[in-house]
Write a protein that binds this ligand. Structure first.
Ligand code: COA
Length: 169
């Protein structure tokens, strides 16, 4: 579904957004990964990785971009990317509230991330191999699989694409 620009605002995250971003990540992680990894493991990882103080540090991290998507004053999406090796940008997080998925918000967040990295040529990420919906989304956005790895027993796909080819940029 096309994104209704009047409804969705994409902007840089601010300190006041941190509780809502932490809540969004917590809910979306359980929705996405519970069926793949079990709720207990997801709870443990989410608590460790989405601590408000850690997220707050990322707001101002050098060479990084922290965006939120807002709908009627509520945070419904979040993306975080940081400069990677050489001309690459690493997409560390892209999460959309389950109730707002398939509205074009993920695509729009990707597009808005890139002006923050003017010299970058490549966008890369790792995605849980079993997360077929996300793999399909990234494929649809032009990413290709460049390798595989395992982290804490979880199989990951490494995906990449040239930045020039992202629609809308
Ligand atoms: C994956 C995710 C980021 C995609 O964002 P989104 O806003 O829902 O996706 P968009 O609406 O921009 O989708 C664009 C296209 O990608 C493809 N796509 C998106 N979600 C898909 C899904 N669940 N299954 C198959 N294809 C999908 C479709 O081709 C879609 O176009 P269409 O809706 O016109 O068919 C989002 O659904 C999400 O947060 N999922 C849960 C968390 C997650 O897995 N994040 C990625 C971690 S690496």
């Amino acid at each position: 579904m096309a994104l209704d620009a009047a409804e969705i605002v994409i902007r840089r995250g601010e300190q006041r957004d941190i509780p809502a971003v932490a809540a969004l990540l917590h809910e979306t992680w359980h929705h996405t990964y519970d069926p793949l990894m079990g709720a207990e493991a997801v709870e443990r990882m989410s608590r460790a990785w989405h601590r408000p103080e850690a997220l707050a540090r990322q707001l101002t991290a050098r060479g990084a971009r922290f965006l939120v998507a807002e709908c009627d004053g509520a945070i419904v999406g979040h993306a975080y990317a940081r400069a990677g090796r050489q001309n690459a940008v690493f997409l560390a997080r892209l999460y959309i509230d389950p109730a707002h998925q398939r509205r074009g918000i993920g695509t729009e967040l990707l597009v808005h991330l890139l002006p923050g990295f003017p010299g970058a040529r490549i966008l890369e990420l790792s995605v849980v191999k079993q997360n077929r919906a996300a793999v399909d989304f990234y494929r649809r956005c032009g990413f290709v699989i460049r390798g595989e790895s395992t982290e804490d027993g979880v199989a990951l796909l490494l995906m990449r694409r040239d930045i020039e080819a992202i629609p809308g940029v």
